[in-house]
Design a protein around this ligand. Sequence first.
Ligand code: PGA
Length: 252
Amino acid sequence: MRIPIMAGNWKLNKTKQEAEALAGDIAAGARDVKDVEIVLCPVYTALDSVGRTISGTALKLGAQDVYWQESGAFTGEVSSTMLKDAGCVFVIVGHSERRQFFGESNETVNQKVKAVLQEGLTPIMCVGETLPEREAGRVEAVVSDHVKGGLAGLTAEEIGRVVIAYEPVWAIGTGKTATPEQAQEVHELIRGLLRELAGAEVAERVRIQYGGSVKPDNVKSLMSQKDIDGALVGGASLKADAFLSLVKFNEK
Ligand code: PGA
């Protein structure tokens, strides 16, 4: 059985104080949630204060990116060792915004995934096609390339420790969600790739999140799909009420 995982990707939002307030509200509202893993991913500067706010709760802390070197002359970067030191358990890697605006490639994603695993943290590795790629019938090719490239050189045991987020780029922040059937189709494809790469047992265990305009009114139908094990949420994670309603999708 895969434990559902709901992660809030706060992106470039919230000062320390605002982040602390949001984390506090989410922690309070999620006190009775037992069967869902909840992850909050604030900006680097708020990691410490959010970490303190949720310490002693079941909520986990995550970062939005990482650099693969442990230390050295890499101005502006943060390593997985430092993220662990700041209390992170999860790290988002290869988000489409990083691929689109910051030159992230399958090769850099792969190096980051390895560095995160090496530190004993869990990467949330993002994959997904753009609209032109979907329209050109290239979903399978692009997603396979992201999955295989990102996981290249990993052992089956290591692949078993990764969370994958399928995020069709055209659905991110646009209000256009993939239909549950469209999402399930790609999740099934990803699970098949995992089977090829790491065997059936690992493939059954790895959690695959959907991301892209997940909202309180579509979460239940997405989560009812066989291979959708959680959500990576941007916009709706910035308000405690909306995020809590996603976390409590089971009670709907
Ligand atoms: P969205 O973002 O929920 O605002 O579409 C999702 C994401 O980018 O992870």
